[in-house]
Design a protein around this ligand. Sequence first.
Ligand SMILES: Cc1ncc(COP(=O)(O)O)c(C=O)c1O
Length: 413
Amino acid sequence: MTGFFRQGPALVCDGVPLADLATAHGTPLYVYSGATIRSRYRAIDQAFADYPHAIHYALKANSTLAIARLLRSLGSNADANSGGEIDVALRAGFIPPQIVFTGVGKTSAELAQAIDLGVRSINAESAGEIERIDAIARERQTRVDIALRVNPDIDARSHPHISTGLKTNKFGIALSEVRELCAHVRAMRGVSVVGLHSHVGSQITDLEPLRRAAAALVQLAREMRAQGTVIEYLDLGGGLGVSYDGSRVPDATEYANALLPVVRETGLSIILEPGRQIVAPAGVLLTRVIDMKQQPGGKLFAIMDAGMTDLIRPMLYDAFHRIEPVSRSSAPEVACDIVGPLCESSDTLGKDRLVPQPAVDELYAVLDTGAYGSVMASNYNRRLMPAEVMIENGCATVIKRRQTIDELLALEA
Ligand SMILES: Cc1ncc(COP(=O)(O)O)c(C=O)c1O
């Protein structure tokens, strides 16, 4: 058995007790299951096996180098969202033709970096960005392959903060403008449109918006071919959700069964940019109870040593994560708010949770925090970035050590 499960009363990762890891490495601590990352990557790859496809793991979900390296070793390519993520991809061993460069606001320096490296494609977000790419490419007397990121005005039915495919969102080129833009781009000497891209949101648990977005790209590719622009591939983005509360959500096979019938007749190869689907359930955040506080006539609070600087999803998206004692406890259940130590009332990991009466120093695990967890960590309140450990074949390796106060202050005069 792999992943996070109980061996008797103890929560373990790939057989390694989480309590031992917290003792050895301190808390807050991210722990990842290498085996879970492998199996979840393979599940997507196998679901699409009978159709030409390339998986470009979305580094934004978790770009700790060891995780990026592991995905590369499995055959993944990379989706980078900034110059920094391109650098991380290169340092993790991806070569430029394995990288697509996405992002709603790419600076000229980042575009030049991507062009000089020769990344597989730049997913262009606007007419202005295409003009900038064209100018940089012509200056270098080269021609750059781009994909047009289309905004199909489709509601992903996810949280508004992670929906990206509506016309009220800043992302992509409106479907109604793509045809005219394409005619304009055809006259440019520095760019070739070779792909169409869409990404309508994240944590999508209803396959219909994803299917509709793919259908919109297929239709557009057909029209563009008639206009004289030959599209070589469709980039269907990422976005497939995971279950944070144990309820059933579509798996990789159902995802493929929703998308492949839509694209198959085109024969066009596809790119997928999954992030969360691969890494979210592969990580937990370990945190200890610092203090218990009962406000008279008010709430009971369990104050933890991890908060919004370590995991901001609950505060940013009202995201739900299961929070469990690492060692099963027989204490009577109480309702409490599980909160962080920061000077913010929003610093709440879980509201009104029923847990066995927590005790000071007790170790808890915040589950399914492998995606958009450590990558979104911050130094607010001068807190230090947590350490990260990966379990591979029963061995724990520190893949990111805890930041020190000297490192934090090294940038300052
Ligand atoms: C363009 C793009 N591709 C892929 C992803 C990865 O999404 P997810 O982690 O939901 O699979 C994102 C994240 O929102 C994105 O913006």
